[in-house]
Design a protein around this ligand. Structure first.
Ligand code: AGP
Length: 609
């Protein structure tokens, strides 16, 4: 959603803050700014646009002697992208940056206006700054001021705060939005996520809900939500600064696609024991699986699309009823949950507000919860009763690729573990499925990734169009949803997924000469049916690109173009289809000159509801 960075110590703060902002840009990039403490007081520099625009303004100012400060990259919620809506916001002696939404900001703003505050922006954040400043004027104590003001706020926030008369000190507090602290050789940091800290240190600690941090060059003190003061215990990350770099690829998305085979292997290997699925390393025993009578999957975006595949796996492989729900809808229309229902939340970032809210709702009504998360130590990972990590490593591109495919791989393993643990999947079948996911699927993805030229040619078919359809049946319909989202979000082509058998009930009227239709047919039992649907759209002029197992692609095939997929197992073929739609979207967006890693209007982690 937005990115926060802060520093105080013995070094120049500006290069650290701008470096952190350049790493955090993927979290939001419509405007950017920083505030630094100088001998003359706090200087704030901010503007619409990207980090480069801010650096130009900083160069013109040639600020000296700044050893503490805060920075922010913005994904606009209240007030469009502009210089005045950019963070930091300063009111009185308070300057702050914010990630989240203050839902009662209008009430606060009206009260502060009545007290004489003149607001310059349309943001909720400026109202928060005014309230903290008013509390500071009354108490003279920065900690008390932050606690009193945030006690009145409704919604979510991660704040980095400077006080004019407290040079060198940086304050932070979080509720509902992520914030980490870190200790470096030359001072102390705060940031929205670990990747922004890696250039400086690997010693970090996540702020818990309600915790307030007071950083100074001499140390860091934490005030727990209950009032207890502690010195933070630091965790050492195993990630390296290179984890958050492109490694020679043109885009993070390309790098992360090429990391998929290894990411899948890493995500499943610790869950295999003697060839069988085993989640004991995650603290989950067979007895736990045996208590489960059904699963409600809850997620957003691509993670929800992984959940659509998860329904098929849990019902077909594990033999238990499963449903999949859009997280932002879940708690407003909660589905009935029979005794033994498990709520399974899926999130790459572990900070998606809609998914976190759904998780908290499930826990509030006493349902057992399990999370599949990629980013370690994040809020969803920590709050779920149990968490199974995908080991994809940091994912920087806004469009998820390795995050999604490792979610799929873990879902396959979960389905196999539940089915086998409950005696509904034989040893032989469980071993076969484990092999398909741990060996065939990575190999199949690697093969597709090596066929980039072939897919680039097909991207030339899509690039000139404004509308593209994806069709499939069963899990191929779920994969069509993911393919359509990938194309939409990075190439800005309108793409729609349709159950292949459903298109003829109305929407086929949109198909005209040359309309591209991507048909996904990895499920052999449904191939003939899907091929009939291919004929239906082709007879109306569609340019059909058929993705199907290579051995099904021989002989007379109806499609205009065919992408023969590795056909070792249906699981492997589905992963190959995934790599295909990801690469198609990537090459199409490249042909259209889009900003692939930073698509317009988007952010990597949507930490507001
Ligand atoms: C996927 O490419 C999108 N960036 C988006 O749909 C994403 O999957 C969704 O916002 C959920 O994010 P999460 O997995 O971090 O919860």
């Amino acid at each position: 959603m937005c990115g926060i960075i802060g520093y105080t110590g013995s070094s120049n703060a500006l290069p650290k803050i701008t470096k952190g902002l350049s790493v955090l840009e993927y979290r939001g990039y419509d405007s950017v700014g920083l505030a630094a403490t100088t001998e003359e007081g706090i200087v704030t520099v901010k503007c619409r646009g990207r980090i480069g625009a801010l650096e130009e303004r900083l160069t013109a100012l040639s600020l000296e002697g700044c050893t503490s400060g805060i920075g922010h990259t913005r994904w606009a919620t209240h007030g469009g992208p502009s210089d005045r809506n950019a963070h930091p916001h300063q009111v009185g002696r308070v300057t702050l940056v914010h990630n989240g939404i203050i839902e009662n900001y209008k009430e606060i703003k009206a009260e502060m206006s009545a007290n004489g505050v003149e607001f310059l922006s349309e943001t909720d954040t400026e109202a928060a700054a005014a309230l903290i400043d008013a509390c500071y004027a009354a108490s003279g104590d920065p900690v008390a001021a932050i606690l009193q003001a945030t006690a009145r706020m409704k919604g979510s926030y991660a704040f980095g705060v400077l006080f004019e008369d407290r040079p060198g000190e940086v304050f932070a507090i979080r509720q509902g939005s992520p914030l980490l602290l870190a200790r470096g050789a030359d001072g102390f940091y705060l940031a929205s996520d670990l990747t922004a800290l890696l250039p400086f240190t690997t010693e970090y600690r996540c702020l818990e809900e309600g915790e307030l941090a007071h950083l100074s060059p001499d140390g860091a003190v934490l005030l727990r939500a209950g009032g207890e003061k502690i010195i933070p215990a630091w965790i050492r990350s195993t990630m390296t600064p290179e984890s958050a770099q492109k490694g020679g690829f043109a885009h993070f998305m390309c790098k992360e696609m090429h990391e998929e085979p290894e990411a899948v292997r890493k995500s499943v290997s610790s869950r295999i024991r003697e060839g069988l699925p085993d989640f004991s390393a995650d603290g989950i025993t067979v007895d736990f699986w045996r208590q489960i009578t059904g699963v409600q999957i809850v997620a957003c975006g691509s993670a929800m699309h992984a959940g659509l595949v998860g329904i098929d796996l849990l019902e077909r492989v594990a033999g238990i009823p499963a449903t999949c729900h859009i997280a932002s809808e879940y708690r407003y229309h909660p589905p009935l949950a029979a005794e033994g229902t498990l709520v399974l939340v899926i999130s790459q970032s572990g900070e998606t507000a809609d998914t976190l809210a759904a998780l908290r709702y499930a826990k509030s009504v006493g349902l057992p919860t399990l999370a599949i998360v990629n980013a370690v130590e994040t809020t969803i990972a920590r709050e779920a009763d149990r968490c199974v990590y995908t080991y994809a490593g940091p994912e920087i591109a806004v469009a998820t690729t390795k995050g999604y495919c490792t979610q799929l791989s873990v879902l396959y393993m979960l389905a196999a573990a539940i089915g086998h643990g409950c005696g509904r999947l034989s040893d032989t079948d469980a071993r076969a499925l484990v092999r398909a996911v741990s060996e065939d699927a990575p190999a199949a993805m690697a093969e597709i990734l090596s066929r980039r030229e072939e897919l680039c040619e097909l991207a030339r078919v899509l690039a000139p169009h404004d509308h593209v359809f994806y069709i499939g049946r069963g899990v191929d319909f779920a994969m069509s949803e993911e393919g359509a989202l990938k194309l939409k979000e990075i190439s800005y082509i309108h793409a729609e997924a349709y159950a292949a058998g459903e298109l003829k009930h109305g929407t086929i009227s949109l198909v005209e000469e040359g309309t591209p239709v991507i048909a996904i047919a990895t499920e052999r039992a449904l191939y003939d049916k899907t091929e009939s649907n291919v004929r239906e759209v082709q007879s109306r002029g569609a340019h059909v690109i058929l993705l199907c197992p290579a051995d099904m692609a021989r002989g007379e095939v109806s499609a205009t173009d065919v992408v023969p997929l590795p056909h070792g197992s249906e699981a492997a073929t589905l992963f190959a289809a995934l790599a295909t739609v990801q690469l198609l979207a990537y090459e199409t967006a490249a042909l259209r000159g889009c900003d692939i890693d930073r698509p317009r209007n988007l952010a990597k982690s949507v930490t507001v509801e």
